[in-house]
Design a protein around this ligand. Structure first.
Ligand code: SF4
Ligand SMILES: [Zn+2]
Length: 350
């Protein structure tokens, strides 16, 4: 994080990207603030989401070293969050979408003070340039009263709530990725958001560490199809990378985990285009910076990353795909895979 208020770091970036909801490109400003520590993470004493380093990181930057066993909230004062917000929205540059990410859920007060939440809604509503406000929340913390309050203050500005659902498979979602999200509760929350006119954005994870490459692709495709059938507005593929200081880093260093091939992501993009799924591809950067991310081989990583970046920007894939000798290796990895598909749908890989 590159900026500070009273010594506390925060960051913001602006990116042009394709929005499946509006079917056009929009400038997105993303504000990242160190919230009071993901409530779900604190409740489970850190035994959650092995791919996510943000709650631990925010505790470190707010409380310093030596608080690893302290799971009380580490919320900053409303004034500090508001200064971070003001600095991000008043910085030069156009944007139509504002995403406020706090490494957890936006709605619980121990994460972001309720006064800050309302301050943001009120300020966003006054800014004609902002068409959409996006925040993130764990399903249990999406309360009807919170959505009604946000919608009432935001007026004609759209509210989008992002949920890290990750996988249709209970085993992948709840055992491997430790999300502990009950499917019926998730569907209830999605329906509630849809009834209240809140746009629904869902993260789907590609390649839980326990899955083979083939299983990971099948799993992601089944998840995308399920989410599309639920009528969600946007599905973001979160492609596994290796955050520092996590269990995944240990597995990666022991040679027990390879982040997904870029070819697997390209394959999922093609299937999404074929079936009309509102898919976006999450960035491969994060806070703190990953140790390793999706890759093919040194001969084509740059070219295929650019191909994926083009999709992020335009929402469509050029007909001509990149090519490289390593695509054969990727295909053989899939074809020789003896493991069974874990998902409910298995598709032919092109
Ligand atoms: S992925 Fe979300 S719910 Fe899980 S630890 Fe990270 S911030 Fe919390
Ligand atoms: Zn290659």
């Amino acid at each position: 994080m590159t900026n500070t208020i009273q010594g506390y770091p925060y960051d913001f970036t602006t990116n042009l990207r394709y929005s499946p909801v509006y079917n056009q490109q929009i400038q997105q400003r993303t504000l990242i603030i160190p919230g009071g520590g993901c409530a779900y993470y604190r409740a489970k004493k850190g035994d959650v989401c092995p791919f996510c380093a943000f709650p631990d990181f925010s505790r470190y930057v707010i409380k310093g070293a030596g608080h690893e066993k302290d799971f009380s909230p580490w919320t900053l004062s409303a004034d500090i969050y508001q200064q971070m917000y003001n600095s991000a929205v008043s910085a030069p540059g156009e944007f139509q979408k504002l995403a406020v990410f706090n490494g957890g859920s936006f709605f619980p007060s121990p994460e972001i003070p309720a006064t800050t939440q309302r301050y943001i809604y009120e300020n966003v509503a006054k800014r004609d340039n902002i068409r959409q406000l996006m925040v993130e929340a764990y399903p249990s913390y999406i309360a009807k009263s919170k959505l009604i309050e946000a919608r009432a203050i935001l007026g004609t500005t759209d509210l989008m709530v992002a949920v890290g659902f990750e996988s249709i498979s209970d085993k992948v979602r709840n055992s491997y990725l430790k999300k502990r999200i009950d499917l019926a509760l998730f569907e209830k929350k999605v329906a509630m958001m849809q009834d209240l006119g809140v746009q629904v954005f869902i993260y789907a994870f590609l390649k839980a560490p326990q899955l083979s490459e083939r299983q990971a692709i099948d799993e992601a495709l089944a998840t995308l199809e399920y989410l599309h059938n639920l009528g969600v507005d946007e599905i973001a593929l979160s492609c596994a990378f290796v955050p520092p200081g996590t269990a995944l880093e240990t597995q990666y260093n022991n040679g027990e985990f390879r982040p997904p091939w870029l070819w697997s992501i390209v394959e999922i993009m093609q299937q999404a285009r074929l079936y009309g799924w509102p898919l976006s591809i999450g960035g491969f950067e994060d806070t703190p910076p990953p140790v390793a991310g999706p890759n093919n081989c040194p001969d084509c990583d740059k070219q295929v990353n650019e191909f994926i970046a083009g999709y992020r920007l335009l929402g469509e894939t050029p007909l001509a795909q990149p090519s490289c000798h390593c695509r054969h290796e990727w295909r053989e990895t899939l074809q020789q895979d003896p493991t069974q598909s874990i998902s409910i749908v298995a598709r032919n890989i092109t």
